[in-house]
Design a protein around this ligand. Structure first.
Ligand SMILES: Nc1nc2c([nH]c(=O)n2[C@@H]2O[C@H](COP(=O)(O)OP(=O)(O)OP(=O)(O)O)[C@@H](O)[C@H]2O)c(=O)[nH]1
Length: 137
């Protein structure tokens, strides 16, 4: 069945934002669709799990970070050849712990220049995000 005719899969995505505006990105590992592309950490929401619960679980599993609070920011739907996803982006400024690469992926704190390539569904968000994190620019 073509991906666009399927029901979207909900994905919880977290943007950890430091006081200077830097945000945390992770790199997709080999063996997954879009290997080597950069993304905000997160993953699919499981059955009977809220988006915030999924976000907290994914951050703990992937990075060993305890997200203490996060606010919904925006929701983007995208149809890839491999999946139809509905991405729920949350912004967190309050977490505990330093990121560790628990699943072998690279990660980086990024300022305005950023890393490339980014996942296609994530690219339009960067401009909106820059307006939020650098309001006087
Ligand atoms: N975490 C994350 N996922 C994103 C972003 N942008 C984006 O399009 N996605 C898509 O959302 C889905 C994330 O789910 P996932 O991480 O559990 O799935 P996956 O494809 O990596 O692997 P899996 O199906 O083996 O679990 C992927 O289809 C990914 O392409 C982003 O910024 N962060």
């Amino acid at each position: 069945m073509a991906a666009e005719k399927t029901k979207p899969v909900d994905v919880a995505v977290g943007i950890l934002m430091q006081p200077n505006g830097d945000v945390l990105l992770g790199q997709r590992p080999p063996g997954k669709p879009y290997p080597g592309y950069w993304e905000f950490p997160g993953g699919k929401v499981e059955v009977e799990e809220s988006i915030l619960e999924a976000l907290k679980r994914e951050f703990m599993e992937e990075l060993g970070i305890e997200v203490l609070s996060a606010q919904p920011w925006c929701c983007v739907e995208h149809v890839y050849p491999h999946a139809h996803v509905r991405l729920h982006f949350y912004i967190s400024r309050e977490w505990r712990g330093e990121p560790q690469s628990l699943e072998g992926q690279a990660f980086a704190w990024q300022g305005s220049l950023g890393v490339e390539p980014l996942l296609p569904a994530t690219i339009p968000l960067i401009e909106w995000l820059d307006r939020l994190r650098y309001p006087s620019a």
